[in-house]
Design a binder for this molecule. Structure first.
Ligand SMILES: NC(=O)c1ccc[n+]([C@@H]2O[C@H](COP(=O)([O-])OP(=O)(O)OC[C@H]3O[C@@H](n4cnc5c(N)ncnc54)[C@H](OP(=O)(O)O)[C@@H]3O)[C@@H](O)[C@H]2O)c1
Length: 301
């Protein structure tokens, strides 16, 4: 019997560089994999391609925009209508934008896609994760939260700033005043990490583990958005020096499937190495504030 047969997984951003590999390898290992895509046709093409590659039709597509709260609720409802439990949730989708964009909900877009999407799905699928007996949540975050300098060549790493005192609405985070895209992305990843720790605490004795991983610097679409404009002419050279999507996805797949990770929760890994996330992520007041803000947004309809 395959490692994951009888298990159900949900992977966001299945059509992306690493998402495609994660979906393929989980399905190859026997899981029934529900992958999100924001485009129906690209989702179905992914499903057909993986079926051809592994010789089994084990991928199901749910279509929606992870930046829209209504779609997150619709995606979660679509999942719970068809499945009784969820053994593995990989919050993989992410995005970096060159400009400040607001979603239809009025939330800064980095925050919506890189943090609130994963938070909301994890929250809405709580009962299904608990129903699995043992389940894992893997949040794909980024080491940019520990060093938010866009060209980190000289000086010391600068963890991204996060001050939640007095913030009562997620729409006030990553404001226009002093906006820097790379820092906005890093702050969203930091919030995803912090709330992952809060979920891990909440489910400490409930059989659901939650861990975060930085996959390395990987040759995927997001890198083109992250590379500073001055380095744009060197794009193809840069890509050649990066990890392949297969190598990058390996780090999340390890957290998702390695038997050695059974029961391990509330940790952050730089690829395969456990490490500390920014100090702010261990501050109880920051954690409580991040949780409260994110939860009230996720539940507000
Ligand atoms: N590549 C790196 O060096 C690196 C480093 C650190 C962390 N990461 C993180 O790794 C994860 C995977 O990224 P990747 O490198 O594989 O990049 P990618 O190829 O750009 O994939 C990102 C995925 O997220 C999806 N996505 C983005 N915005 C969405 C939205 N509004 N609604 C639905 N789906 C949306 C994309 O959908 P479409 O296919 O429709 O575009 C795509 O499937 C991300 O969380 C990223 O932040 C990457």
């Amino acid at each position: 019997m395959s490692l994951l047969s009888g298990r159900t997984a949900l992977v966001t951003g299945g059509t992306g560089g690493m998402g495609r590999v994660i979906v393929t390898e989980l399905a190859r290992a026997g899981a029934h994999v529900v992958a999100t895509s924001r485009d129906h046709e690209r989702g179905q093409a992914l499903r057909r391609r993986i079926a051809g590659e592994i010789g089994a039709d084990r991928v199901e597509i749910l279509t929606g925009d992870l930046a829209a709260r209504a779609d997150l609720h619709r995606l979660a409802a679509g999942f719970t209508a068809r499945h009784d439990s969820l053994h593995l949730l990989v919050n993989n989708a992410g995005a970096h934008y060159r400009e400040r964009l607001l979603t239809a909900d009025g939330v800064e877009a980095h925050l919506a896609v890189n943090h609130l999407a994963g938070f909301t799905l994890t929250h809405l699928l709580e009962n299904h994760l608990l129903a699995a007996g043992t389940a894992r949540v893997v949040n794909v975050v980024s080491a940019t939260m520990s060093d938010a300098r866009s060209v980190p060549l000289f000086g010391r790493p600068q963890p991204v700033s996060l001050d939640l005192s007095g913030v009562t609405d997620v729409r006030d985070l990553n404001p226009a005043d002093g906006y820097v895209p790379f820092a906005a992305y890093a702050r969203a990843k930091l919030l995803a990490t912090i709330c992952g720790y809060a979920f891990a605490e909440r489910w400490q004795d409930a059989g659901v583990t939650v861990n975060a991983v930085h996959p390395g610097i990987v040759s995927t679409g997001i890198v083109d958005d992250l590379v500073p404009a001055v380095l744009a002419p060197f794009r193809s050279l840069i890509h050649r020096r990066l990890l392949t999507p297969e190598q990058g996805a390996g780090a999340a797949l390890r957290l998702a499937t390695d038997p050695g990770m059974e029961g391990v929760t509330g940790r952050y890994y730089m690829r395969d190495k456990e490490t500390r996330s920014p100090e702010a992520s261990y501050d109880p007041d920051t954690r409580a504030a991040a949780w409260k803000l994110s939860l009230s947004w996720a539940d507000d309809r």
